[in-house]
Design a protein around this ligand. Structure first.
Ligand SMILES: NC(=O)c1ccc[n+]([C@@H]2O[C@H](COP(=O)([O-])OP(=O)(O)OC[C@H]3O[C@@H](n4cnc5c(N)ncnc54)[C@H](O)[C@@H]3O)[C@@H](O)[C@H]2O)c1
Length: 418
């Protein structure tokens, strides 16, 4: 019979991935200490509250804290398992910045007594989990790490990437299949015992580097397919064809399923992870690189189109609907909408730009200093505007009565108002 973990867990990094994971374990009775370097995050969670909006997360955190199964701290405690869920951003040259992972490893190392499993959940280039094992070995030469190969390891190390969808994290964390890659098969088995506590999807065991690469491949697959749709949107615009109509027609083919174009690709994953593959094999990853470039160029194109439309007015007011990187979330990271709004505001300093974003109550730092921009309620923004630019498919925007758009120039990057 498969093992189910019964010890204590420390989750390092209480963001969009770490906190749901901590809550999923703690609500099923596992004793969890959540660790974050941000003291405000720790205080908020210790009060039983979630520091960001994600459906069903707040209730899970408050329940787990009230039951005494989830506590929060700025320092890792001793524990039987450590789950690292810290950021892995990309540097200016698109290589992965592993500083946060390295720092987390340095915090964990002094707490090891032997017998623990250390799981890296952060999205990482192939070889990172091996580096974690090697770093632990350097920091704790008294303990045998699994990469050393010979004999039974004192500590187990595995990679278990996340593939949850923001907005559905609490559901998908339970229902998705998971890939679990160990430095050794025993490491993968040890890690699987933890996910068996809450996972209903299949746990697929592999080696660490394959699990790392599989995660990057998943996001590159999405990026390449979105790039295809975005490239079609540019071609159709030039040929004066309706890209939405063309895609709908083409998708009647039983083996064709073209995705929807949009204003670009954002978020922490799809816009970042493919670069880790490009960095690992720059001469070979030609399609993956081009897809990134096509998707990264799309926000500039949208901004240019809006600026062109504005040039036909004397001092127009522009309403930009949405800043988030996708529908119905508050996450603005890598958001093409933020880039587009910034570019329009900089190009048209004398134009009033009203931004409607129901999920935030202040503009992000990337838009600081742009005095012609302000947040407004959706209806007020649309009402005052000569030009309405739809950037995000938030439900609130989709619920707008079309009559409010009458007489306005509409630039719909999502194809919902056709
Ligand atoms: N957000 C997603 O939808 C998603 C999906 C799949 C994979 N991932 C990956 O998961 C990882 C985490 O992403 P996220 O979205 O949860 O990031 P996040 O920025 O929301 O959270 C990371 C947290 O880690 C904390 N932190 C940083 N260094 C620390 C340290 N040394 N000790 C303790 N805490 C530390 C930060 O303060 C922050 O609260 C990344 O590698 C990301 O690529 C994210």
């Amino acid at each position: 019979m498969s093992d189910i973990f019964t010890g204590t867990v420390a989750v390092i990094g209480l963001g969009y991935i770490g906190l749901p994971t901590a809550a999923a374990l703690a609500t099923r009775g596992v004793q969890v200490v959540g660790v974050d370097i941000n003291p405000d995050t720790v205080k908020t969670i210790a009060r039983g509250e979630a520091p960001f909006v994600e459906p069903d997360l707040a209730v899970a955190v408050s329940g787990a804290v009230a039951m005494g199964h989830l506590t929060a701290s700025t320092e890792p405690p001793e524990a039987d398992a450590f789950i690292i869920a810290v950021p892995t951003p990309s540097d200016a040259d698109h290589t992965a910045d592993l500083t946060y992972v390295r720092n987390a490893v340095e915090q964990i190392a002094p707490r090891l007594r032997g017998g623990e499993i250390v799981i890296l959940e952060s999205t990482s280039p192939p070889g990172t989990c091996l580096a974690v094992s090697e770093w632990l070995g350097e920091l704790r030469p008294d303990l045998r790490m699994p990469h050393a190969g010979e004999g039974t390891a004192d500590v187990y190390v595995a990679h278990c990437p996340e593939r949850v969808l923001p907005g559905r994290i609490m559901i998908e964390i339970v229902t998705n299949d998971r890939v679990i890659g160990g430095i050794t098969p025993r490491c993968a088995e040890k890690a699987a015992a933890i996910y068996r506590v809450f996972a209903q999807g299949r746990l697929v065991l592999s080696d660490a580097a394959s699990a790392e690469m599989a995660k990057l491949v998943e996001n590159s697959y999405r990026d390449v397919n979105i790039a295809f749709a975005n490239e079609l949107s540019l071609i159709c615009e030039k040929l004066k064809l309706d890209v939405w109509e063309i895609i709908e027609l083409a998708n009647h083919h039983p083996r064709v399923n073209i995705l929807k174009p949009g204003p670009g690709v954002g978020g922490h994953c799809i816009a970042v992870d493919p670069w880790f593959i490009v960095s690992a094999a720059p001469d070979l990853a030609r399609l993956i690189r081009t897809a990134r470039e096509v998707n990264d160029r799309k926000p500039d194109h949208v901004a240019e189109q809006v600026i062109d439309k504005a040039s036909r007015f004397h001092s127009p007011t522009i309403a930009c609907l949405g800043l988030a990187f996708k529908a119905n979330v508050e996450d603005l990271r890598e958001s093409p909408a933020v880039t587009i709004v910034g570019e329009i505001a900089r190009a048209l300093p004398d134009t009033d730009i009203l931004v409607a974003e129901p999920f935030v109550d202040s503009l992000p730092p990337a838009l600081d200093g742009l005095t012609n921009l302000r947040l407004a309620r959706t209806l007020d923004a649309v009402d005052a505007a000569d030009i309405v630019v739809l950037l995000v498919e938030h439900d609130q925007f989709l619920a707008l009565n079309r009559s409010v758009l009458a007489g306005k120039v509409v630039y719909d990057t999502r194809g919902v108002w056709r």
